[in-house]
Design a protein around this ligand. Structure first.
Ligand SMILES: [Zn+2]
Length: 277
């Protein structure tokens, strides 16, 4: 099993997005996912792994309305430490929303560290050169300061954090592990299909968790539309090369998440091919 850094948005070196995002650029060898004693066992065959993807226990869980307190730091003018503080408080909201559903599926959910880094940085997942990413090696989220300055709107930041946090959720419920196992038996096209399903699921989970905090944050209809637009803007053909989904499908899954309280709505691994293109 290989460690990958899962990237939502990369501005500087798109070729690396494809390679890194597709999971073919390992930097560390991963151990199998941590689990509670009562948790489902770790899949050891591809059939078992496929079953984890398509019939995960998370899919029968629901996200409840969650109270979320974030201060009104202006990302455009705040210091890096102030930016990190606001991000950390939003990540606490994500943790509050997801802890129950993940626990009900038999797993625990750690609190990820969020780091804002300058132009580039090196970490457990190798070199980071932009965008927003989730690193499996340390279960942490890395936010490029350059990207933050380019798009400092709170809804953009929170949508990006919700997407990366969804990768942590996928990690904890064995979806990333299983995805890697199944992808190992696929050709390039099959690997891309699987990768898009994983990314579009993270879009949907991001929408669902934003829905769960929407009342607390006072999200308007226009705010929800802005979230959907954001995911459509960072799609294949503009930001990626065939492994994150079309603008139409990124918008579709983010919108589906925003309209649901059911984690099962986000089962992209059972979706028809045209919904994950
Ligand atoms: Zn992603």
């Amino acid at each position: 099993m290989l460690i990958t850094v899962v990237v939502l948005v990369m501005l500087v070196v798109p070729a690396v997005v494809l390679v890194v995002g597709a999971g073919h650029l390992p930097t560390r060898t991963a151990s199998s996912p941590a689990r509670q004693s009562s948790a489902p066992s770790v899949p050891v065959t591809r059939d078992e792994a496929r079953a984890v993807l398509e019939s995960n226990g998370l899919y029968s869980q629901h996200l409840s309305p969650t109270t979320c307190h974030v201060d009104d730091t202006d990302y455009a003018s705040a210091s890096t430490s102030q930016d990190e503080e606001r991000m950390a408080s939003f990540v606490q909201c994500l943790l509050d929303a997801w802890t129950g559903p993940v626990a009900a599926a038999g797993f625990s959910l750690p609190r990820p560290q969020v780091t804002v880094y300058p132009r580039a940085a090196s970490g457990p997942c190798g070199d980071l050169r932009g965008g927003v990413s989730y690193c499996r090696a340390d279960k942490a989220i890395y936010y490029s300061g350059t990207y933050l300055q380019a798009r400092p709107q709170a809804l953009v930041v929170e949508s990006a954090l919700a997407h990366e946090f969804a990768h942590l959720v996928q990690e904890q419920v064995q979806i990333l592990w299983s995805h890697g196992m199944v992808a190992g038996g696929e050709d390039e096209a099959g690997g891309r299909d699987l990768h898009r399903r994983k990314e579009l699921q993270a879009d949907c989970m991001a929408g669902a968790v934003l829905n769960s905090v929407s009342q607390s944050l006072g999200l308007t209809t226009a705010d929800r539309e802005r979230v959907v637009e954001f995911f459509a803007e960072v799609a294949d053909a503009t930001a990626y090369e065939g492994n994150h989904g079309t603008a139409v499908n990124r918008a579709y899954w983010a919108g589906a998440g925003l309209a649901t309280t059911s984690a099962g709505t986000c089962n992209t691994f059972a979706a028809p091919a045209d919904r994950v293109s």
